[in-house]
Design a protein around this ligand. Structure first.
Ligand SMILES: [Zn+2]
Length: 346
């Protein structure tokens, strides 16, 4: 496991050295791609470590640390959607960014939800005799991917917490969790790195054009890195090139070409693109697609501004729906057709 990110040092100290947490459930919340999941794993590993350092990090040498690194710790239980697990050759280093999970999407039938069966397995974990004494830690990521049956099953466990069990829930969208689950957890807002820290970090990772990558990844450094490291750069470029030229846009062909990519990710590209069109038209500045300034300048001068704003807002609700579409291809086709109509109406 890598080190704790620079932007997480303060929260790390608060939680570990100062022990500023209580209860049996923590909810680590914050935007995607800022390293929440990695932080939760560090935290779990450190709590389980039998010889933690003075900074309260895991020693990396004891038996417990060895088990943890081999994904075999008897007191640690991790629940993630099948699709995330399938996409990860090494779940220990799994990104909490959407981009990396896309490789899992190619495994078509892998579920993106956490099921009630996965939550039920907790019972066995909790009540079987764990290794020695001390904590048993349950990590659930991302918590909003629990379907309603799973969420209700978890709620029961949170309501009657077994002794010496710590739940670590990680979420990108705390508002999508049951309020009753949220209220049973100590909520921890995970820090978002500022732009300069993100760029510094991306430079350390040898990303060649960190400013551009970061903006295109909605200012999530991990998402920017995952994207650089091969996620779906080709599809992304194809997508932006086509929607940047709406008179020649072929929605059906483009939707077909985007099949290997996670639908929510594609919708986020369109959201950012439309945001840039509106932003450039109203403020003379674009935020995300810095390299496509010329295309954005040209298009934004031609759009019907109120309609484009309405469409951009509608995309926000489409983004929520895109996590569980009945038919992903149809979903995207319809969006792209609506986009083309909007752009060619002028
Ligand atoms: Zn250790």
């Amino acid at each position: 496991m890598h080190d704790i990110y620079a932007w997480q040092q303060a929260i790390w100290q608060k939680l570990t050295q100062k022990r500023q947490w209580r209860g049996h459930a923590l909810l680590l919340k914050g935007k995607q791609g800022i390293g929440k999941f990695q932080f939760a794993r560090h935290f779990a590993k450190a709590l389980l470590c039998t010889a933690p350092t003075t900074e309260q990090t895991a020693c990396g040498k004891c038996l417990s640390c060895g088990w943890f690194e081999q994904q075999a710790h008897p007191n640690f239980f991790q629940i993630i959607p099948e699709a995330l697990a399938a996409g990860s050759s090494d779940s220990g280093e799994k990104e909490d960014s959407e981009e990396k999970s896309n490789s899992a999407a190619t495994k078509k039938n892998a579920s993106k939800q956490i099921s009630i069966e996965q939550i039920r397995k907790l019972t066995e974990f909790v009540y079987m005799t764990g290794h020695q004494n001390g904590y048993k830690i349950i990590l659930i990521h991302p918590a909003e991917s629990m379907n309603s049956a799973a969420a209700n099953a978890l709620l029961k466990k949170l309501e009657e917490p077994p002794a010496d069990v710590l739940f670590l829930l990680v979420t990108h969208q705390a508002q999508h969790l049951l309020p009753t689950i949220r209220s049973r957890c100590q909520q921890i807002a995970m820090p978002i790195p500022d732009v300069q820290s993100s760029i510094d970090w991306l430079k350390q990772q040898r990303v060649s054009d960190p400013e551009t990558s970061l903006a295109a990844a909605s200012f999530s450094p991990l998402a920017a890195l995952a994207f650089e490291q091969g996620g779906h750069a080709a599809q992304h470029d194809q997508f932006i090139q086509q929607i940047g030229n709406p008179s020649r846009l072929d929605p059906l062909a483009l939707a077909e070409a985007m099949q290997p990519v996670n639908l929510s990710l594609v919708v986020s590209w369109l959201q950012k693109w439309c945001y840039d069109l509106v932003s450039y038209r109203t403020t003379g500045r674009n935020r995300y697609y810095l390299k496509q300034l010329a295309a954005i300048q040209a298009l934004s001068g031609q759009i019907d501004l109120p309609e484009c704003i309405t469409f951009t807002r509608a995309l926000n609700s489409k983004q929520k729906l895109s996590h569980h579409p009945l038919n992903p291809r149809l979903f995207l086709e319809e969006l792209l057709i609506a986009y083309r109509v909007l752009m060619n109406r002028r």
